[in-house]
Design a protein around this ligand. Structure first.
Ligand SMILES: [Zn+2]
Length: 359
């Protein structure tokens, strides 16, 4: 069981409506409380349940961030809540620590966007994406790679906290781990790193990225999206998107031969019906814009979208292997980005993204 966390989660009746309004500063208080925890020993300490020695990522840092993001204290990180704000604070701190640049032309990582809440009488919500930039060999020129992962989750429902350890504390912390590798090892092409908000209520963070000023979507050759990459007893990681861009198949086939997980292409055909993941997370927005996508995620498991999606149920050895595989995938895509750019289907449809109405 988790480090003294299993006896957590008393059922606390929280009135839904109160929670949705933005509580200025509460997140900061939470951040301070958890800050002490954040400095809990890391480094070379043996990682419980991890035998694999990663070649590319800092496993202790990644697991620690995933544990913090999925802790009860962040109360399921629903968009517009104090827990969501605190989660953003931790990711922001990691962006700084690994030396990510803001997007050219911007002074910081945070990009807010309005969200129209589902409930008519609810207060407006401000969503916030964190976007960092890693320059390639010719910054500002040529094709670019957009790597995304959402950090929000479902919050508290009927008094139960939905911690979303796999969905998507795993993807958000893997995103930081991948970014750290390229911040230390300059890629061939520019890479945009985006920790997205409000995925759970309509892919709203991704829609905000698609229509934002100052991010040249016309240069983006491919979106790589990470959502649920930390829990697989079978050791299997799926990649969806090659059905729509067959030119990506040789890249993934070569990667699958070297990857420290079982990497499977699939879940992207219309005939897959409800198991077609093409539109089921943030990559769906970029797919609809005609961009090639590679979505990495595990097969659904019992924790999916229920209060049981906790850190102690992640499979850490697989999680670390999956994160190494994600670095290898980004390296492989980076090496062929000019060719991959030619796989874009319909550049004209770039801007018609609808406003941020919560689903
Ligand atoms: Zn998700």
């Amino acid at each position: 069981m988790g480090q003294g966390m299993s006896e957590k989660k008393p059922v606390r009746p929280h009135p839904q409506s109160g929670r949705r309004s933005l509580v200025p500063g509460a997140g900061i208080v939470l951040a301070v409380i958890l800050g002490a925890w954040l400095f809990w020993p890391k480094g070379q300490a043996p990682l419980p349940g991890v035998t694999y020695k990663p070649a590319y990522i800092e496993a202790a840092e990644m697991l620690h961030l995933a544990q913090v993001l999925s802790s009860d204290a962040l109360e399921g990180r629903a968009a517009g809540t104090a827990g969501n704000e605190a989660a953003r604070g931790f990711i922001h701190k990691r962006f700084e620590e690994i030396g990510l640049l803001p997007l050219p032309g911007f002074g910081g990582y945070t990009h807010t966007f309005p969200i129209v809440p589902r409930e008519a009488d609810a207060a407006p919500i401000i969503g916030a994406n964190l976007i960092g930039f890693i320059p390639g060999r010719t910054p500002g020129e040529g094709p670019a790679l957009l790597i995304t992962a959402h950090y929000d989750h479902l919050g508290i429902r009927e008094g139960e906290i939905y911690n979303g350890a796999d969905d998507n504390a795993s993807g958000a912390s893997a995103l930081v781990a991948v970014a750290e590798y390229f911040a230390l090892n300059r890629p061939e092409h520019d890479i945009v790193i985006a920790a997205l908000d409000a995925e759970e209520i309509g892919l709203l963070g991704a829609r905000a990225v698609a229509r934002m000023e100052g991010l040249e979507m016309s240069r983006v050759a491919l979106n790589m999206n990470l959502d649920m990459v930390g829990r697989s007893e079978a050791g299997e990681l799926y990649v969806a998107g090659t059905y729509h861009s067959p030119g990506l198949v040789p890249v993934i086939e070569a990667l699958a031969e070297r990857a420290p997980v079982t990497l499977l292409m699939g879940h992207d055909r219309p005939e897959d019906g409800p198991d077609d993941w093409t539109l089921q997370s943030d990559h769906g927005v970029f797919h609809q814009m005609g961009l090639p996508i590679l979505y990495f995620g595990v097969e659904d498991h019992p924790g999916y979208h229920n209060p049981g999606d906790d850190f102690e149920f992640l499979t850490p050895d697989f999680f670390v292997r999956a994160a190494d595989t994600l670095v290898m995938a980004a390296m492989a895509v980076d090496a062929e980005l000019p060719r991959i750019y030619s796989l874009r289907r319909n550049p004209a449809a770039e801007t018609d993204q609808p406003e941020g109405n919560a689903e």
